[in-house]
Design a protein around this ligand. Structure first.
Ligand code: TYM
Length: 368
């Protein structure tokens, strides 16, 4: 059993079941070829199936080929610092922006995190949104093609559009999509209307329909299921999406802000990151002798998934790590040491870019 909502992920996640239950499509070889025709290469996250499912991506490519360009939309709920799981969809979004030369609308849902988190007030979620924006900018988005906004600071534009969505959304639909109860606060029930808005706002502003593609991990799908239902009733396109699996937590299972050591934050020092990696759960055997004889199981190992999803883009290198692991010729300690070095190099580069981002953040932010 598993549960996936935008606010809770628990249990053993079976992605093939999710595809069926959510009504997603998997990304076929044919679709990958169609993408590659335009991008000239496939991002590792795509060719390795980390982005594994979609809605209407063929339509997005059809429209693009007719010269009808889409825009990208993604976001962040600022409840704390950014961890490496969050940046996974952003790294991929940046690649899509660069390859397709398209705009990105990036929503910071400071309202959401205020409504859903008892411990955070609006001033804290606002500050965190600005911290998280530095991470977004550090990933290299094009300042001329990227707009970042906080819901509370762009409310004059967002609110009338959110109302149009909310008027079409019943409590019973919201309950079925998100599992709300009579004890849920009414802001929570309303909130998905706000997350729907950037999917059609460029169409409102341009006065003509523009296709929208939303990269995200599969937990956000319920929002866009609801949006896909309602937007055509308002005269707009259904948003398309491309969806990833989760970067797992280092302690095994899901990544969780409340479990110390399960996530590496972009603000962690290399030493802290190394400590978390060295303490991580692995797919290794109980003893060195056993591991050398029987090899380890990389498919359940978070360390392996860190390499596969973010830190080893070279396919040959990854294949050789897999065979070393399976054959027992590398032990977990050594594998963790090697990952720590890569993570440390990423963190020091990212933190430098994050500092630089402070000087040009205003080129990205929009308010009204
Ligand atoms: P949030 O802040 O929970 O997550 C931000 C993005 O990170 C993805 N994500 C992960 N991806 C891989 N591995 C993980 N372990 C992991 N954990 C989270 C999420 O799917 C998301 O893409 N309500 C949203 C903010 C939002 C948004 C959007 C997200 C507003 N508009 C449009 C995506 C698309 C939220 O709280 O995301």
């Amino acid at each position: 059993m598993y549960k996936i909502t935008p606010w809770e992920v628990s249990g053993d996640i079976d992605y093939s079941k999710i595809v069926k239950e959510f009504g997603l499509e998997t990304i076929s070889e044919h679709l990958m070829k169609r993408i590659e025709k335009h991008t000239k290469e496939l991002h590792p996250l795509l060719r390795r199936g980390v982005f594994f499912a979609h809605r209407d991506l063929n339509w997005i490519i059809d429209e693009y080929e007719k010269g009808h360009h889409f825009f990208l939309y993604t976001g962040r709920g600022p409840s704390g610092h950014t961890h490496l799981g969050h940046i996974l969809p952003w790294v991929f979004t940046q690649w899509l922006q660069e390859k397709f030369h398209v705009d990105l609308w990036f929503q910071m849902t400071d309202d959401e995190k205020f409504l859903f988190n008892d411990k955070l007030d609006l001033e804290q979620t606002r500050k965190l949104a600005y911290e998280n924006a530095l991470d977004v900018i550090a990933l290299g988005f094009d300042e001329k093609k990227t707009k970042i906004f906080l819901d509370t600071e762009y409310a004059k534009t967002l609110y009338p559009q959110a109302l149009k969505v909310a008027k079409r959304l019943t409590f019973s639909t919201a309950k079925a999509a998100f599992g709300f109860s009579n004890e849920s606060n009414v802001g929570e029930i309303f909130f998905t209307s706000v997350q729907a808005v950037p999917a059609f706002l460029p169409s409102v502003l341009k006065g003509k329909n523009v296709p929208c593609l939303i990269p995200h991990a599969v937990d956000q799908d319920p929002h866009f299921r609801v949006a896909r239902d309602i937007l055509p009733k308002l005269g707009y396109y259904k948003p398309a999406s491309i969806q990833s699996v989760f970067l797992p937590g280092l302690r095994g299972g899901k990544m969780s802000a409340s479990e110390e050591g399960s996530a590496i934050y972009t603000t962690d020092s290399p030493e802290t990151a190394k400590r978390k990696i060295m303490n991580a759960f692995t797919g290794g055997r109980d003893t060195v002798k056993e591991q050398k004889e029987k090899g380890a199981n990389y498919s359940i190992c978070p360390i392996y998934h860190y390499y596969r999803q973010l830190f080893m883009p070279d396919d040959k290198e990854l294949a050789s790590l897999e065979s070393e692991c399976k054959g027992g010729s590398i032990l977990c300690g050594e594998c963790k040491e090697r990952l720590s070095k890569r993570v440390a190099a990423f963190l020091s580069d990212h933190q430098h870019k994050r500092e630089q981002a402070k000087h040009h953040i205003e080129k990205f932010m929009i308010r009204d």
